[in-house]
Design a protein around this ligand. Structure first.
Ligand SMILES: Cc1ncc(COP(=O)(O)O)c(C=O)c1O
Length: 382
């Protein structure tokens, strides 16, 4: 019998989400906005440990609005993590700003705080500081905000936290998303919780979040007729999707626990196998382990990350390369990069393994066996 296909990070929904979705449906609140949007916003703000949240059509929309709210515009520089999904950098392009890509710290894979500090000091000396710094919490692990904020505060540069992958993670006991001026979440289908598509912008600044809601509803003025003094966007999340999100959010801690358990099973499975290293977890926080990522030393293991991915594909198991750093992307070939060797190395050797919170122990065991067999297979071909 053919084995069932194992996906990288499929949605994990159940009766609670179904019930809430039908409640929204039956109430006829199908239009954007409604009671589930209000409820989801309040619950998300609480989950991020901040005062306010605006739910939106995507995490990318949230990034776009965060940059606009900080007044980032044409020609401004925004410094960001090179090792990320393209949405982070695209949002910088949307506002006409210029991205500058900063390399990762090999201890966390996130934006390197020392490199940032060094370069900000050099930029300050030249009078050419960025307008904002956009930091990514990669694969569910928070960046080192104490160190990042201390240098950014010194130069009064606002920081945005791209926590699209990190809902449910913590940094020194504080929740991801609430660690900088603005936090961004994504509820895209592959994330730790999903609304099929959606996102949120969170902050303590009530006025800013109110303005995000305004901009996300076509910047319609608060009068009876359709009055517009500036350009806005159609970025709101629908009440139906917010209902799904509320059901998902209630199970967030279980989802984090499940993904961490899956990571641990992989770790145990590869313990005796040299040449495979797990993505490190910094001692300052707890990752949500959105994706389990391994780093493969081809010489020692006997197969490369790419070989493993192809072997898994033949066994109906989906694995993916890690993000290709932004400074290597053709679309950003003109952009300045600060360092780059660490993320380039990770790109060459990293692999994301199936990590969905509904994965069974048997399924993870199947993936482990398939990974280990990649070395054997390749060895056999020599
Ligand atoms: C780091 C990061 N930022 C932003 C996004 C964009 O979120 P969305 O797909 O909801 O627009 C994603 C994922 O999709 C992401 O992984």
């Amino acid at each position: 019998m053919a084995s069932e296909r194992i996906y990288l990070s499929p949605p994990h929904v159940g009766p609670l989400e179904r019930e809430l979705l039908l409640d929204a449906f039956d109430s006829n609140w199908l239009a954007p906005l409604g009671p589930h949007v209000d409820g989801f916003e309040a619950e998300l703000a609480a989950a991020a440990g901040v005062g306010h949240a605006a739910t939106l059509s995507s995490g990318t929309a949230a990034l776009h609005l965060a940059l606009l709210l900080l007044g980032v515009g044409r020609g401004d520089e925004v410094w960001t993590s090179s090792f990320t999904f393209v949405a982070t950098a695209n949002a910088i392009s949307y506002v006409g700003a210029v991205p500058v890509f900063i390399d990762s710290d090999s201890a966390t894979w996130n934006l390197d705080p020392d490199l940032l500090a060094e370069e900000l000091r050099a930029a300050a000396a030249k009078g050419k500081l960025p307008k904002a710094v956009l930091v990514v919490d990669l694969y569910g692990q928070c960046a080192d905000y104490d160190r990042i904020l201390s240098v950014c505060d010194e130069f009064e540069i606002p920081v945005i936290e791209d926590a699209a992958e990190a809902l449910g993670a913590t940094y020194r006991g504080r929740p991801a998303g609430g660690l900088a001026r603005f936090g961004v979440f994504s509820f895209n289908g592959n994330k730790i919780i999903t609304t099929s598509g959606g996102g949120a912008l969170v902050a303590n600044d009530e006025t800013a979040i109110a303005r995000a809601r305004f901009l996300s509803s076509q910047a319609r003025e608060n009068v009876a007729h359709y009055e517009h003094e500036e350009s806005g966007f159609n970025y709101r999340l629908s009440n139906l999707l917010a209902a799904v999100g509320r059901g998902q959010l209630r199970q967030l801690s279980d989802r984090v626990a499940a993904r961490r358990r899956i990571f641990e099973q992989y770790r145990q499975g590869f313990l005796d196998k040299s040449g495979i290293a797990m993505m490190p977890e910094a001692d300052y926080g707890v990752s949500n382990r959105w994706l389990t990522v391994i780093n493969v030393d081809e010489q020692i293991f006997g197969a490369s990350a790419g070989d493993i991915r192809l072997t898994l594909a033949t066994e109906e198991i989906e694995a993916r390369p890690v993000w290709k750093p932004m400074h290597l992307q053709p679309v950003f070939s003109e952009a300045r990069a600060i360092g780059g060797k660490v993320s380039e190395g990770l790109f060459a050797t990293g692999l994301c393994l199936p990590s969905g919170s509904a994965l069974t122990e048997n399924a993870v065991a199947r993936v482990i066996q398939a990974v280990l067999s990649a070395a054997v297979q390749r060895g056999g071909h020599r």
